[in-house]
Design a protein around this ligand. Sequence first.
Ligand SMILES: Cc1ncc(COP(=O)(O)O)c(C=O)c1O
Length: 473
Amino acid sequence: MLVSCLKLNGVRPLYSVIRKSSQKVEDILCLYGDETYDFKDRYRVLDEKDYSRFISQRSMKREPAITRSMTSLAYKIGKEMISLAEGMPNEQIFPFDRIEISTKTGGKILLEGDELDMSLQYLPSQGLPSLLSLLREFQQDVHRPPPLERDVLITNGSQHGIYQCVDLLVDPGDPVITTEFTFTGFNSALRPYDPEILAIPEDEDGLIPSLLEECLSQRSALGQRMPRLLYTIPTGNNPTGTVLPAHRRRQIYELACKYDFLIVEDDPYAFLNYTDTRPPSFLSMDQCGRVIRLDSVSKVVCAGLRGAWATLPAPLLHRAELHMQAELLHPCTLAQVILHRVLEARGSLAAHVERTRALCRQRRDALGAALAGARDLPQFARWDTPRAGLFYWLTLHDVPDAYDMAFRTALSHGLLVCPGQAFTFATRAPAPHVRLTFTRAPLAALRGAAERLRDVLRAESARPPRRLRATDG
Ligand SMILES: Cc1ncc(COP(=O)(O)O)c(C=O)c1O
């Protein structure tokens, strides 16, 4: 019995998301549209064998850790089993008796007894089973994804999910599609693979599908290696703050079907969308099994919890779980228990997210007003109001490379700004951009910050070009 279970564990069909009648979701959490899609009538729905062409050679070599399979079994089988198999410490040695967390709105998370013991113990690598069940329902309600065998994996922040995707899907030298400016964490994860970056320009609505198609059709006509992966931050691209409208998402999804690539939808700012539109997530249109979605509570609840999860087609999840076994065993159990409590109180979560969005929007508007009001600053830089996320993205008129400006002049004026190079793969190429985070600095400091920035830009544009960067030695 055990042996056959173990064998099964290597290729077991993972839990599929059960398509129940969806619960009504609080508006702020709703990430699906009214539209019906016909992708599956026109394109192939990927099956288990299809995924082998996307999985990296490195990931293909992974094998289940037998000890981890034992832990999964112990969780599934329950208490009547006597386990002499797992390397678990006895709960009696855990020194904590009670953990109580009170919330700012009068709520309480109390852990004691068996629940506390469980919160301090090892887990199966996929995640805390009760949290997984909750997330399956949560994803169903929030996205209403088309029926397909997919499941969730708890990750240690969505940066970890990004790293998992790169390990899972990228081979050295692979072409990879991103936006021209994208999240540093993705580029950092990719760098050791020496990828060929296909950086697609954005306009105020984000990635431009016609340019993506042009790039893909040209490569195909020239017989060049085709990308297997597109990484996108659809709502509040970091750093540009764009939101991909619904019709562009649909076009990009269609291109994924037509040119045979997978979409990694990294969406930590999904609930920090300041526009009146709620474009559907890529997951909500994924009829053909081409989307890996990364969710995180870092930007709307708290970042240190590392509360995040990936939702992906079952054959990919299995490989990612093997990576997790080798890398972490599993993300912190206590954090998963807290995340469970945060997500199960759906009404309180929605109210909290709404307050967070209001706070961020107020700060976005305050920094926007400060930038516009700082005399002469608009002469030195151009920017759009970010539609989602945490950042202003400035294009500088007279400073061709913001790197030295950020590390020398801005610092000497008592101002920290992030130079544009942080968001390109070619970090040593000049970038006339800076990213400004509007969420954390005190409201009262934003006017002064804009004035300092104006002084920095004035000083920089009057200076002859430098040859060396501040960090070059
Ligand atoms: C687009 C994007 N993805 C992922 C992350 C990392 O989030 P987490 O804290 O969940 O690892 C960030 C953080 O800045 C981000 O901007």
